[in-house]
Design a protein around this ligand. Structure first.
Ligand code: IMP
Length: 435
């Protein structure tokens, strides 16, 4: 039952899209299991760059089915725009299936998200302003709209009508215009007509593929440190990017997962507010940000950049049961004389190797660094670990030791071919190569 989960081990933007792209040839189906259009996956193919927010990157391969699972919150407007963009670039979107029970992001969710950030002022989360929190909030409160509701005018009128009573009151209290029922119903009916043929019972699609022995990839958005339960609350997103989210949001059980590939950068980045012990506010950070083109795919905001941190890495490996690691963007560290990385954290005068569960405790943490010798050589043309400069090899081995999990892929450039690959057991199995 070859199901692989690809999960971010940091604050998102780790290179999950590239990992999916790398494994694409062996894969029949890619499933997005949480998040919404707050995510941005960049996939580079030759001189073509695709920036996708909702559609799983599997859509770029004619042999693959792309699934938007029940755990995703869908802004239909973004999805339709994305379908139009892909179609204009010659990509067939008919193979994109969208769960009938995925929740819909309505315009009032977007307005509430943005107005609430303004109201929070200095305490704002720094959300992407896409309505993610309010949409998941309505889902939990059982007043949300699901994709299948877009097909029924009567249901739409009732549910939107009920929701609008509160939403408009709240919006007006925050100094923002409310919404008009009939306008929203017409909009939603239009979305439903357009997306009708993509709606499906995706749980049974996924189960069917696994029963046939097809290889299914579950693609997480954001990362473990932004997880609603495991991140530095409240500076988190409103879903569960951890591997367990693939079960609830993708329609599988835990015993159906055969491998969890954790994706991390050779340094770290974070978008939005919240504590970040290894943040670099100097020229080294600015240099990495420039070389790594560290700007948010969705909002264009500059990403905060910092050193690698072993403490949350161990936490992320544990809560995701990571079985192998993809190390992204090692090439961007070339030319730095001394690379630093956290080992333990000093929190409240105590040395700890445990990732603090609260954002407040984390903001009091002082990093304790280990130094690693850097390397001047560019790495873009290297295709095996043995050919890496000795200092780069030592750095990769140190991360592997902290993680206690093998690093099986190392990315040395944006293109698919710019990847160092170790052949690992489950991959041999998938390819039918004897171990
Ligand atoms: P929201 O998901 O828009 O509610 O934003 C909550 C937090 O998650 C903010 O700090 C965002 O910057 C962050 N965030 C959401 N999506 C991404 C992503 O795809 N990459 C990086 N950060 C993200």
């Amino acid at each position: 039952m070859p199901a692989t989960v690809i999960v971010g081990l940091q604050w998102g933007d780790e290179g999950k899209g590239k990992t999916t792209d790398f494994l694409a040839e062996q894969t029949a189906m890619v499933v997005r299991y949480q998040g919404g259009d707050n995510a941005g996956h960049t996939v580079v193919r030759g001189d073509e760059v695709f920036k996708l927010r909702l559609t799983p990157s599997g859509v770029l391969y004619p042999h693959m089915t792309s699934v938007i699972g029940n755990g995703v919150v869908v802004n239909p407007l973004t999805l339709i725009d994305e379908f139009d963009m892909l179609t204009a670039r010659g990509i067939d979107v008919a193979r994109v299936r969208v769960s009938r029970s995925a929740h819909v992001i309505m315009p009032y969710h977007v307005a509430l998200d943005r107005a609430n950030e303004v109201r929070l002022g200095g305490a704002k989360v720094g959300t992407t302003g896409r309505g993610i929190g309010p949409a998941y909030g309505d889902r939990a409160w059982r007043i949300g709209l699901r994709m299948e509701d877009l097909l029924d005018r009567q249901v739409l009128r009732e549910r939107i009508g009920r929701a609008l009573l509160d939403k408009n009151l709240l919006l007006e209290a925050m100094g923002v215009d409310g919404f008009e029922l009939e306008t929203l119903v017409e909009l939603a009916i239009g979305w439903g007509e357009r997306l009708r043929e993509h709606l499906d019972d995706t749980t049974w699609l996924v189960q069917g593929a696994l029963a046939r022995g097809d290889h299914v990839l579950f693609e997480g958005a954001q990362g473990t440190l932004l997880d609603l339960d495991h991140g530095s609350y409240p500076y988190v997103t409103s879903s569960n990017p951890v591997a367990g989210g693939a079960c609830t949001g993708g329609g599988i059980g835990p015993l159906q997962v055969d491998e969890v590939i954790g994706v991390m950068k050779a340094y770290s980045t974070r978008v939005g507010s919240g504590p970040y012990p290894t943040e670099l506010l100097d020229d080294i950070g600015a240099g990495i940000a420039e070389r790594g083109r560290e700007f948010g795919t969705v909002t264009g905001r500059p990403r905060r950049v910092g050193w690698f941190d072993a403490v949350p890495l161990r936490y992320a490996v544990a809560v995701n049961s990571v079985s192998s690691i993809m190390l992204d963007k090692l090439d961007h560290l070339s030319g730095i004389e001394t690379i630093r990385g956290i080992v333990p954290l000093d929190t409240d005068d105590r040395r700890t190797e445990t990732w603090p569960s609260s954002g407040a405790a984390l903001s009091r943490a002082t990093p304790v660094y280990e130094e690693f010798e850097g390397w001047p050589e560019p790495l873009h043309a290297i295709r095996s670990l043995a050919d890496l400069p000795a200092a780069a090899r030592r750095y990769v081995s140190a991360i592997e030791e902290y993680a206690r999990v093998p690093i099986v892929l190392v990315s040395v450039g944006p293109e698919r071919t710019q990847t160092i690959e170790r052949v690992w057991p489950s991959m041999r199995r998938r390819l039918g190569v004897p171990a």
